[in-house]
Design a protein around this ligand. Sequence first.
Ligand code: FES
Length: 158
Amino acid sequence: MTQITPAPRPEDLRELIASQMHLEGPLLPILHAIQESYGHVPQSAVPLIADALNIGKAEVHGVISFYHDFRDAPAGRHVVKICRAEACQAVGGTAVAEHALQRLGVEWHGTTANGAVTIEPVYCLGLCACAPAAMVDGRVVGRVDAARMDELLSEAGA
Ligand code: FES
C-alpha cells in the first residue's frame, strides 16, 4: 500500500536535497529521495530543487514528467500499473487498459474519487510470457483480462 504523508515542510525538503548534492548528476537521486519520503514530488519542491542545482524550474518539471515513476500528486491507497509494452498490447493489453480506465473514470496517472486506486502505465514488467501483465502495489499479475482486472480493482476498493 502506498504511504501518504502530510505536506512536506520546506526545511525538510532542503535537507533531503542537500543530502544528495554530493552525487554526480544529483537531480534524479533528489527526486527519488523526495518521492520515497512523501509518496510524490510536491510542486513546492520544484523551486527548491531548481535553486539548489542552479537550473530552471521548467527543467525540473520536464524531468518529473519524463520519468513515469515520478508523480506530482499523492497516489491513492493502491497503485495499479498496467503494462503498455508491445508483448502485452499484442494479446489484448490495450483493451484491458481501456476497460480499467473506463471503469475507474480516470486518465493515466489518475486516482479514483474515493482515493482507493491510482492507475499508472508501465512499460514491460518482465512478465511477457504471461501477458497481458499488471502490477498491484508491487505484486505482478499475469494473464489479466477484463474480468481479472475487475477483480483486482474490486479487491483494491475501486
Ligand atoms: S511487455 Fe508487458 S510484461 Fe513485458
